[in-house]
Ligand binder design. Structure first.
Ligand SMILES: [Fe+2]
Length: 510
């Protein structure tokens, strides 16, 4: 796991030095989340101040997942009904109010849909994907001198060749060899990855159809015997962009307004915190710096998304679901810019890229001056920090295709998307793809922050300097999820500081 490999300090020793004992479950949580060296000293200090010597998982969660309590109740999910926030905003200090918004849309499908769903459209899509991703290999140390497949096939037998192609097919032979059929704009060739090459064979588990990989090996009759292969990947040492302003961004998703299970009490508590009406001093300071709220899809629960969904709806009219969303979001201070992308539950086309939720469905949201309606995915910058938000429709494709990937670890498929430089490479699985002439799902440029949702599981991690966040949601377990053994994370909200890139996950209760 990427998070485990980020361990660069001897953690138990750091605790022992201070006379503290770290329990095993707290240690595991540290490893799962990735050790936050930037907050470690502060955590140790807090423990000593509070005279805690045996450090448990609860101590960890209290610090790293600060919880906003409901009217003094110990558990934030307890307590009386949460009242609506007051109309007037408290006169407390709001530094984010004085910062001008700086949002630049780098890549978004809004107004750029040309697809008629024809064969030629699919051909254009895959050609565009190949061109974009093969270009990345021009920067690779080992593969930048790759040649067209046709040219490679014309070489003498036993020549050393390098090619970059799209995976047309992949199969595994009885004796464990992997066969990959690769195609580029000039032709097709078979690649054999021998089962005896342990390290290479293990990495071949991660190859999926319709992605672009680079191969180097020895030429045989219409076959390359692979010595190595590469994904386009993220370059090591890619510099990270930071904002000059000390401001925070909230990355959330999957509000599912209209569902019986929408965690309204928690959501109201979240809004009250944004307005600095609740929370301790430290938590209010965090809120005072919030300049952006990104909601990455499944804004509403929708209608008819799965069989018998109507039994799980509190609001059965899609228009009213969006009206209710706008009613709630109007309580968010108006200096906070709200970026809204659609998800598979929203009232726009289901295929990726999804166009923004139309005005005809979300009239009240379009009328809010601080709301920006974007496509799914969207690549944008906030004060020069590059962010990629994707609802995450392809997550389940990865869970089904790559051995060992499981729903409770969304960071692993996110890392794969970055390595493959594509959000949903494998065509024909669960993710519906619209064949646009431009492949909007290619990750042409490395983001600083990569944010997804969809699985309703909270996760954070890092890959080659990129912060990865899967936001969790605002919907308690539905019958649909119960039958699939999905235990959602509810009302856990990642907050990123654009200057320091520090991440805090706040917990507003289930
Ligand atoms: Fe969702």
């Amino acid at each position: 796991m990427a998070a485990v490999s980020s361990c660069r300090v001897n953690l138990p020793e750091r605790f022992i030095e201070k006379g503290l004992i770290l329990t095993e479950e707290a240690y595991i949580k540290f490893l799962e989340d990735g050790i936050r060296e930037d907050l470690l000293a502060e955590f140790l200090e807090t423990l000593l101040d509070n005279q805690v010597f045996l450090v448990t998982r609860d101590d960890y969660e209290d610090f790293f997942y600060p919880k906003i309590e409901a009217n003094g109740a110990k558990d934030a999910s307890e307590g009386p009904e949460e009242s609506a926030p007051k109309r007037s905003i408290t006169s407390k200090h709001h530094p984010a109010k004085d910062v001008s918004p700086d949002i630049k849309i780098i890549r978004d499908a809004t107004g750029k849909s040309d697809s008629e769903g024809t064969f030629d459209d699919f051909l254009s899509l895959f050609k565009d994907r190949y061109k974009r991703l093969s270009k990345i290999f021009k920067e690779h140390a080992e593969l930048r001198d790759f040649i067209p497949i046709k040219g490679a096939k014309d070489q003498e037998l036993k020549s050393h060749v390098k090619v970059v192609g799209m995976v047309v097919d992949k199969s595994i032979t009885r004796n464990g060899n992997v066969i990959v059929d690769l195609e580029d704009l000039s032709g097709q060739i078979r690649v054999l990855i021998m089962g005896s090459k342990d390290r290479l064979r293990e990495r071949a588990n991660y190859i999926v159809r319709d992605e672009v990989i680079g191969v180097e090996g020895v030429l045989g009759e219409d076959v390359i015997f692979a010595n190595d292969f590469q994904f386009p990947d993220i370059s090591l040492g890619t510099p990270r962009n930071c904002s000059e302003e000390d401001i925070n961004v909230i990355f959330t998703s999957d509000t599912h307004v209209g569902s019986n299970e929408f965690a309204e009490k928690s959501f109201l508590r979240f809004i009250k915190w944004l307005r600095q009406d609740t929370g301790n001093q430290k938590q209010q300071e965090l809120a005072s710096k919030v300049k952006y709220l990104v909601i990455g899809g499944d804004i509403v629960d929708g209608i008819g998304i799965y069989p018998n969904q109507e039994k799980e709806l509190k609001i059965t009219d899609i228009y009213k679901q969006y009206e209710e969303t706008a009613r709630l979001l109007q309580f968010v201070p108006d200096w906070i810019e709200i970026l809204i992308l659609p998800g598979n539950h929203d009232a726009t086309r289901g295929g990726n890229p999804q166009l923004p939720i139309p005005k005809s469905f979300a009239y009240d949201l379009y009328n809010m001056s601080n709301v920006h309606m974007l496509s799914n995915p969207s690549f944008y910058s906030l004060h020069d920090v590059k962010c990629l938000t994707y609802h995450g429709d392809s997550m389940f494709d990865f869970f089904s295709q790559i051995p060992g990937f499981t729903l409770d670890s969304p960071i692993e498929p996110m890392t794969e998307m970055l390595r493959k430089r594509h959000l949903a490479p494998n065509y024909g699985l669960g993710t519906q793809i619209i064949p646009e002439p431009t492949d909007f799902l290619c990750i042409d440029e490395a983001p600083d922050i990569f944010h997804t949702g969809h699985t309703h599981i909270n996760g954070k991690g890092a890959y080659r300097g990129i912060t990865l966040l899967n936001s969790g949601g605002w919907q308690s377990q539905t019958e649909f999820q119960r039958l699939r053994n999905i235990n959602p994370d509810v009302a856990k909200v990642p907050i990123v500081n654009l200057k320091s890139h520090g991440v805090v996950v706040m917990n507003f209760g289930g």
